[in-house]
Write a protein that binds this ligand. Structure first.
Ligand SMILES: NC(=O)c1ccc[n+]([C@@H]2O[C@H](COP(=O)([O-])OP(=O)(O)OC[C@H]3O[C@@H](n4cnc5c(N)ncnc54)[C@H](O)[C@@H]3O)[C@@H](O)[C@H]2O)c1
Length: 245
């Protein structure tokens, strides 16, 4: 087991990449706490418990600061600490710059950027107290290269990298590593919502000529959360089949 007795919060883990990470982390010995707005999170947690592993669901939005702080306090009260935070929750509101509304801009900033700040700010003091922590943030290939129709999303995913690198410097001396995973094009509800033509166009740009699976990203999270990655800090791991933009 690679995460024995670790206490791990994974945001946006009701489905998709986060769900896959919750299943894998739990299988590797962690107690996984799923934070999501979708009630589906309870079914995900139940399925993990049915497999004999440990999982809990808390209905939380990463935009709700008082809710996050209360949830963190209750986790620490129950489990004594939080070892791992995976800032995986994310949304898209795609539109070209000329058509994007200020509301669409702000919604994506609130969840993908401020949400990562909110969760990390609430959890980090408890990690500092214990002198151990693993912070993992979900960026994207588009946070490095930009993407048509994704001004808001690309900005947040670039911002996540910058925050993570800042925390690597601030929290590294306190025993906490901060790293980002930048997924390429992964088969989830997020990408199922794209028109088929756009999906095929994107697949054509990927050297391995296929979409990734949620597990491809979850295993990168697992590596960064594990003891093997204790000297990895402030890095961005691209998991994208060789896709450059
Ligand atoms: N699928 C891809 O191709 C891809 C590529 C690059 C990066 N990513 C990133 O990976 C992460 C996971 O994406 P996914 O593809 O699994 O998407 P998904 O839509 O399948 O899952 C996202 C999860 O986040 C939850 N969520 C959304 N807003 C939330 C909020 N305010 N508070 C708490 N939970 C919230 C959703 O309910 C959902 O369960 C996201 O950060 C996404 O931006 C995905």
């Amino acid at each position: 087991m690679r995460l024995p007795n670790k206490i791990a919060i994974i945001t946006g883990a009701a489905r998709g990449i986060g769900r896959s990470a919750a299943e894998i982390f739990a299988r590797e010995g962690a107690t996984v706490i799923i934070w999501d707005m979708l009630d589906e999170g309870e079914q995900t947690a139940q399925a993990i418990r049915d497999s004999g592993a440990k999982a809990e669901f808390m209905k939380i939005s990463v935009t709700d600061v008082p809710g996050i702080e209360e949830a963190v306090r209750s986790i620490v009260e129950k489990h004594g600490r939080i070892d791992i935070l995976v800032n995986n929750a994310g949304i898209t509101r795609d539109r070209t710059l000329l058509k994007m509304s200020h509301a669409e801009w702000q919604q994506v900033i609130d969840v993908n950027l401020t949400g990562v700040f909110n969760c990390t700010k609430a959890v980090a003091p408890y990690m500092v107290e214990k002198g151990f922590g693993r912070i993992i943030c979900t960026s994207s290939v588009v946070g490095v290269h930009g993407n048509f129709g994704q001004t808001n999303y690309s900005a947040t995913k670039a911002g996540v990298i910058a925050m993570c690198r800042t925390w690597a410097k601030e929290l590294g001396p306190k025993g906490i590593t901060s790293n980002a995973v930048a997924p390429g094009f992964i088969r989830t509800d997020m990408t199922d919502a794209m028109p088929e033509e756009a999906r095929q166009h994107t697949i054509a740009t990927i050297p391995v000529k296929r979409m990734g699976n949620p597990e491809d990203i979850a295993y990168a999270y697992l590596y960064l959360a594990s003891d093997e990655a204790s000297f990895v800090n402030g890095q961005v791991i691209g998991v994208n089949g060789g896709q450059a933009s």
